[in-house]
Ligand binder design. Sequence first.
Ligand SMILES: Cc1ncc(COP(=O)(O)O)c(C=O)c1O
Length: 349
Amino acid sequence: MKVTKTTKSKLNKIDFSNLPFGTVFSDHMLICNYKDGHWGAAEILPYGPIPMAPGSQVLHYGQSVFEGMKAFKNDLNELLLFRKDENFKRLNQSAVRLSIPLIDESVFMNGLDSLLKIDSEWCKADQGYSLYIRPFIFASSECVKASASEEYTFIIITSPTINYYAGEMNVVIEEHYTRAPQGGVGYAKAAGNYAASFYPTKQANAKGFQQLIWTDAKEHKYIEESGTMNIWFRIGDVLVTPALSDSILGGITRNSIITLAKDNGIKVEERRILITEVIEAFNSGILNEVFGTGTAVAVNPINSITFRDDRMVIKEKADSFALKLKQQLQAIQKGSIVDTYNWTSKVTY
Ligand SMILES: Cc1ncc(COP(=O)(O)O)c(C=O)c1O
């Protein structure tokens, strides 16, 4: 693979104690172009602006998909990637739905490995640090015809991150706007899903909520996701999460938490959840916990849920499932306990 290293590393200029999420990028990026029906050779370049024509199709029709994944350093200073196979699979599932050509496994995996080797210093080994990895593909033909592009660009960039306390998470159930309809692209990490969520989210923010809970597009009766997290309810001692459908993103954290919970002897149900069921559970005192899961936050407790004019405050539990599962997940990710699931893979450098 052709590698052009930067001559002006930013590494020593970064304040690693202050890393606002997704704003600081490592020194290099991987780039690979698709043209004439096939992907070309991938290349590593210094992170920086890319040439883009104003007529690039992605700018007009949003034909673009992405992934979000993380690497962590263990105590031996080895870099561990978490469930990279799952992110690769999901990127291609998203690509199929957006009519984007599939990425070869070797381009994705070798590209990831080579990039992380070069920028491994950007991931700190201290507790709480990780490297957020953002692979993405976009339509790059210079053409404003409303049709699938003939050319595409695949890029991987990385961003150092630190866990931070997200503060209170008060959410509101959304009954008007929809994140994803049946038959739509909700199960894909398509850029447009996020663009469409910003306006309703801003409205919820203006009312003092950090996030909203998306409900089904048809009746707004069933719970789907919370912001960009999969959502979980501990009803009694059973963990309930919405079953996957074409309007819900199949989170890799969600999948990991299902496995960990079951192995802790916790009963897990994946099924449809009515808003009224959550309210009834709260009123009868058995809504013990609510939390969200996703790569950025791992597991994030939800402090209150507002439905119309009623606010349900969920008190902290001494024996929190969320906390226990979060600790186990993060210990596996960081290599501080044995990974019996084979979820982590070492980047060799
Ligand atoms: C809409 C949505 N739901 C759920 C998730 C959680 O997925 P994962 O656990 O793979 O990060 C994400 C991504 O982070 C998301 O964008």
